[in-house]
Design a protein around this ligand. Sequence first.
Ligand code: RBF
Length: 345
Amino acid sequence: MSFIKKNIFALMFLLLSAAPVLYAGGDREAGPSSAYSIAVFVPGVLDGSPTYEQMDRGVRLAAEKLSIPVTTVEAGFNQGEWKDRLAAVASEGAFSLIVTSNPALSSLCREVKQDFPAQQFLVLDGENVSDDSQTVFAYNHREQAFMAGYLAAQAALSELKNLSGEFKLGLIAGQTYPDMEKSIVPGYEMGMKSVDPRFSLDFRVVGNWYDAAKGTELAESMYRSGVDVILPIAGGANQGVITAAKKLGKYIVWFDSPGTDAAPGVILGSAVLRQEKAAEEMVLAILDGSLEPGDIREGNIQNGYVLIEETEEAYMKHVPEEVRKKIRFQMEQFLSGRYALDDSE
Ligand code: RBF
């Protein structure tokens, strides 16, 4: 090995091994080790929850690059326990950074920070407000839901078979929460009504994020009443909606991750978030010091973090070309800034 090569390797080694110590900062509470480490705090379970799975993958991609250990903690579905579970992770003092996801976690991190002021938090899909207790990545769910509603409505008016012609579209949520009520439901309605104002929304709530049988029951009753397309945002209960759609020959639009592979031709397309990318980038930016607590980044259609996944194979194969052309046009409208949603509506 040449002298220069050897020294470059030595320098890289030095930087990589020194970096975690430097990043850990001097103000951390004493932990078992001074090396940098990350906890992924899942408010629910990973399996079946697209935004959580993406978060975990993205954090691990970033951590692998810097040889940082990652521990994933699934806090389960009892939301009353989340704050104590989060405080327990913080109290270990073992994790330089806790990464979590969903808008409800912003306030929990704020509360836990009061007892563990040295703990650093990154909230993905967090509340869209700057807050010194945490670094935040917030999505424009209104645009995401708009595109889901736009796709659902175009599909309901297309040449697809077994359509009722009743201008009814559905949304099944795991639970209601401020972001669901203020952004997702109104965005979905705006999207469908921009295609034809006669569309109306049938909105149902499972009451948890796992009950697939309840998902099937709700979806069947909606499809039987003339609903042609359902947008399920219900975690593990989404599987039950797929069961109902397959049984009755109806349709689904997927949310958060590309999902058409699970039922090609039934799940027509996906209004996704680039949460894996956001997770990786945010962790790397925190590690290199370019993002700090109080900083907030937003993901939307224009900056590429929210989109209809137009390259999915089943989307290209099963969604009629006229519908896909309209989707492309509407995406272009957002991307070019010719079209924007009024947040106050
Ligand atoms: N989405 C899931 O896929 N699985 C969940 O278990 C889940 N639990 C949630 C709990 C709360 C309190 C909130 C506010 C949202 C939850 N979400 C869950 C929704 C998720 O974070 C995200 O907002 C939606 O998937 C829309 O992108």
